[in-house]
Ligand binder design. Structure first.
Ligand SMILES: *Cc1c(COP(=O)(O)O)cnc(C)c1O
Length: 379
């Protein structure tokens, strides 16, 4: 099996795989499972620095995004969709599906949202029920400053929905301090469990907005209100994927134990970027890369698929291309969660050096070694 150095799914620890194979009981009937589920939710809340409710949903990360929009959007609601990347723009579809009116705030895809520009926009336009923003927009790797953006939106009484699927646990997240009403996460990115689970935190204000709707939520599976009293009533809206949740519990435990996690992600990402420049490669973004992924332009004369295929077939390391407007233009190197390890990143970069050299792009350094020396000189 190849090493999976993609920006999600990431490599999963053996203990997580073992936890998933635990014998299981009936999650609908057995109160002990409800207790365990609740504990995992409390651990996630602690890691995300929030007193808000956390719900784990049985579905991949996208479910969290759709559930947030389904639960908040009433027909005719105006929603501000902050768009400086493919996932950012994608929120408009969810808003539309549930009858809302998305208004795109579209800015340059090569850098983070400029908070001062957004402030000037909001001075004139602020009649929105909620706004959506992506923390790390993975196809380009851009990291938005949700710490400034969310409190700014709240100044205008706009509820905040954040997609942090590809950032949380690799980047700092403080839900309560940053006034995030709903934040979306997934199992397969920096948490390093297999794909299959999503989770959300829901603030009092967001809960109220859902409860005070005039029209019912136009979904059952995406209706976050169905989870509201699960703990009191020891009842879930549908049978929980218990084995996935056992795996998630172990992945959360590993993240909690990993004390210098955020700092290590930052250091690895900085060293990868410096290495790319030294090798003569060019980063997609002008600035503002997330610590979880590095996105570089495909050198001219080479195809992204040739790089990815050679890396996989010859060197046993899977990296990723991109999609939508970025298809064929960039390749993406994941260094989040379990993949944020110096040896694994160095191996990936050594293989990338050989691959590019074989395909006719001469790297100006051996990137594995350069990365290691960049990483250690940061100390
Ligand atoms: C991975 C990811 C998701 C989840 O969706 P996928 O189906 O795995 O693509 C949502 N948002 C972002 C920003 C992601 O990177």
């Amino acid at each position: 099996m190849y090493k999976m150095m993609t920006p999600g799914p990431t490599m999963v620890a053996d203990s997580v795989m073992q936890a998933r194979s635990r014998k299981f009981g009936n999650p609908d009937v057995d109160g002990d499972f409800c207790e365990e589920y609740h504990q995992v939710c409390r651990s996630l809340a602690e890691l995300l620095h929030t007193d808000n409710e956390v719900y784990i949903l049985g579905g991949e990360g996208i479910l969290a995004l759709e559930a947030a929009c389904a639960s908040l959007t009433e027909p005719g609601d105006k929603v501000l969709v902050i768009d400086n990347g493919i996932f950012g723009k994608g929120f408009a579809d969810f808003v539309t599906i549930y009858g809302g009116c998305p208004e795109l705030y579209t800015v340059d895809y090569h850098k983070p949202v400029e908070v001062d520009e957004l402030r000037r926009f909001l001075e004139k336009h602020h009649d929105y029920k909620y706004a959506t923003v992506v923390h790390c927009d993975t196809p380009s790797g851009v990291l938005n400053d949700i710490r400034s953006i969310c409190p700014l939106l709240k100044e205008y009484g706009i509820l905040t929905v954040v997609d942090s699927v590809a950032a949380m646990f690799g980047e700092e997240v403080r839900v309560d301090d940053w006034e995030i009403d709903v934040i979306c996460g997934g199992s397969q990115k920096a948490l390093s469990a297999p794909p299959g689970l999503a989770f959300v935190t829901v603030s009092e204000a967001a809960m109220q907005a859902m409860e005070q709707r005039k029209q019912p939520i136009a979904s059952f599976y995406c209706n976050l209100l169905t989870f509201k009293n699960y703990y009191r009533d020891k009842w879930f809206p549908y049978t929980m994927p218990i084995s996935d949740i056992y795996g998630l519990a172990e992945a959360v435990r590993l993240v909690r134990e990993d004390k210098n996690r955020i700092e290590r992600h930052q250091r690895i990402a900085a060293a990868v970027r410096e290495t790319m420049k030294k090798a003569g490669l060019s980063l997609y973004l002008e600035y503002g890369d997330a610590a979880t992924v590095t996105v570089i332009r495909v050198p001219s004369g080479i195809r992204d698929t040739e790089i990815i295929e050679t890396m996989k077939e010859k060197y046993g390391i899977l990296i990723s291309g991109s999609f939508d407007v970025l298809a064929g233009k960039v390749i993406r190197l994941g260094h989040m969660g379990n993949n944020a390890k110096v040896e694994d990143v160095a191996d990936m970069l050594s293989a990338l050096t050989k691959t590019l050299n074989e395909l006719g792009f001469v790297c100006q350094c051996e990137m594995g070694h350069m990365f290691q020396s960049q990483y250690s000189t940061q100390e």
